[in-house]
Design a protein around this ligand. Sequence first.
Ligand code: NOJ
Ligand code: CA
Length: 672
Amino acid sequence: MQNMNQSSFRILALALHLLIAPCAASKDRTLSVTSPDGSLKVTFELREKIPYYSLSKNEWQVIQPSKLGFLLKNLPALSGTFEIVSSASSSVDETWTQPWGEVKQVRNHHNQLLVHLLDGMKRKLSIEFRVFNDGMGFRYHVPAQKSLKDFVIMDELTEFAFAQDLSAWWIPAYGDEMDSEYLYNNSRLSEIKQKVTTPVTLESPGLVVSIHEAALVDYAGMALENMGGLKFKADLVPWSDGERVKTSAPMTSPWRTIQVGTNAGDLVTSPLILNLNEPCRLNDVSWIKPGKYMGVWWGMHLQRNTWEQGPNHGATTANVKSLIDFASAHKFAGVLAEGWNEGWEGDWTQGGNFNFTKSYPDFDLAALSKYAREKNIALIAHHETGGNVSNYERQLDDAFRLLREHDIHYLKTGYVNKLPAGERHQGQFMVRHYHKVMETAAKYKVMLDVHEPVKDTGLRRTFPNMMTREGARGTEYEAWSSGNPPSHTTILPFTRCLAGPLDYTPGIFDILFKNRGSFRVHTTLAKQLALYVVLYSPLHMAADLPENYNGHPAFKFIEDVPTDWEYTRVVNGEIGKFVTIARKDRHSNQWFVGSITNEEPREISLPLDFLDQGKKYTAEVYTDGQNADFSNNPLDFEIRHTAAVDNQTTLKLRLAPGGGTAIRFFENTTGK
Ligand code: NOJ
Ligand code: CA
C-alpha cells in the first residue's frame, strides 16, 4: 500500500477486554466510553431490554437516551428482548497519510466500546461505538449465525433524541428527482416537518453538531425523520418495493456519526468521517492526481452550444482541440468534453439511452486523446446516464475498456434524472450501482467526478480514485434558474462539504452573461476566485469560457491555486454569513486564503498566524473593488501586493455585498 497507513501506527492499548456473564433477565446494565480528552461521553444501556445510547459533551447533554435496533421483514424486531453477553474496550492512536486531500496527515485517535447482545430468539447483534475528541460514530454488526441468514430491514430504529432545540441547517430528502440540489433551510430542529438529508448541521452558542454517516456500502442512505419534539429517527431510503435493506448475515451497517465542536469551523476540519472508513484498498495510487480542469460545459448551460449534434454542437474535434490548447497554455490538468457520445437527442433526462462507446462523427476520440497527451492534458471522459442505470451497467466494461484504449484516466458521470421506476439516488439499489462503478473505475485506473451522486460518506479513503462529486446546487443553477444567492456558498462549507469534496464548478468571470434574461451569477468576480479555496475539491473546474479568461488579470489566481493541501485552517466563519479558510499547498511553501460573505458587506480581520514561523511572505490579494456589489457592480475588482508579512501580521479584508477575497502568499526573500 503506497502512502496510506505507512506512518506511525500504534494501537495504544487493548485496554480492557471484559467478558461479562450473561445478565440476569431483570438486570439492565450501563456501559460507557469517553473520548481521549475526556470531553465526550457515550453511554450504552438496556432499558426494558431495548438498547439505548446517549452522548454528552462536558456538562452538556447532546443526545438523550436514544433507541437502537431494527424492524425486519416477516421476523420479530431485532430490538426488544436483548441481554448483554459481553463487551470489549480498546483504544487507537495512529496517524495516516492521505494520498491527496485537504490535509496530508490525519490523526485517528479514539476509544472504542463493542457491545455484544443476544435476544430472546438467540439472535446476535453487536453495536460498536468509537469516540473521538471531535465526535462519535456507532454501527451495527449482525454476525454470521444460525438463527439469522438472509433478511430484509424494513426500518432502522436508530434515534437521535436531541437535548436542545438547536438551530438546524438542512435540505429535504425525497424532494424530487434532482435529489440533493437545493438551497438550504435554517430553522429550529423542532420546526423541521419533513424528512431531511444528511449531513444536517446544528448549532447553538458554544455547541455545533453534525449528523451524518460514514462508509455507506451495500446499505440504504440514511435520511432523518422528526418523530415529534426534539426526537429524530433514522429513515432509510427505501427500494421501489418499500424494503429498506436487502441483506444477509454477517452484515455491518454504515457508521452513524455525530460530530461535535464548539464553533462551526471545528466541523470543517474534523476528520471523523474519514477515520471511520477503511484504509486504502488500492495497491497503487501513483496514477491518482488532483488538478484543475476546463471543459466543454458552460456553453451548453448558457444554451450557446448543444450536447447533441447540430450547428452548435459543443464537443467537436475542433472545439475540444482549441480548449486543449488553451488549457495546456495555462497549465491545467484536464479538459472535459460533454456531449461527445451518441444519445443526447430528445429528452435524455427521462431515462436516457446513451451509447458509451460511440462518439458523434464530429468528435474524433482517437485524435483528441493523442493530441491531449502531446499537450500534457488529460482528456476527461463523460458518462451521462440520464438515470438509465441498466443501460449503463450493460455497457460498463466496454465503456471502461474504451477509456483504457485511449489512456483516459478521468471520468465525470451523471445521473440526471429519472432512475429506474421508484428507485432513488440514496437507496440501496443506487448505493450498489455507484459502488460498482467506483470499483470498476479503480480497476481501470480511472478517477471519478460523480454528478447527481449518492452522498459522500468518506469512501475516498478506501478508494482514492473517488475524487469528487456534486450532490449540491452548483454553479449550473446560475445559468438557468433563479440561481444561488450569496449566502448559499457560506452555508455549503458547514453542511454539504462536511461529507466530502464538492465539484461546485466555480470560476465564472462573465457574471452577467448576456442574452439569458434575468439569469446571472450571484457573486462578485473576486468571490468566484475565493471559492477555489473555500470549497474543497481535489478536482476544481475553471468553468467559464476561455474567451472570458483570455487576458483577464484575475485568471492568474485560478492558474496558481492548487487543489491538494498540506493543512487546512478555518480562520473564522458563521454559517450563512461568512467564512474564511486558509490552506497550505502540499507541493510548495505557498499559502492560500479564501474569504466570502453573503449579501452583507463585511470587514474581516485576518491574523496570519497560520504562516510558517520565521518566514516572510508577499500577499497577492484579489479583492472586491471599492464600489463592488454583487447586485449591481459585480466586476469591480482589484489586485494588490502587500509589503512583507509574517505570522505576526494581521490583514484587514473588505468584502463587498456578495463578495470575497482570494489571497496567494508566497515567500518574500527580499524582506520588502
Ligand atoms: C447535470 C450535471 O450537474 C452537469 O454538470 C452536466 O453538464 C449535465 N447534467 C449534463 O450531463
Ligand atoms: Ca447536477
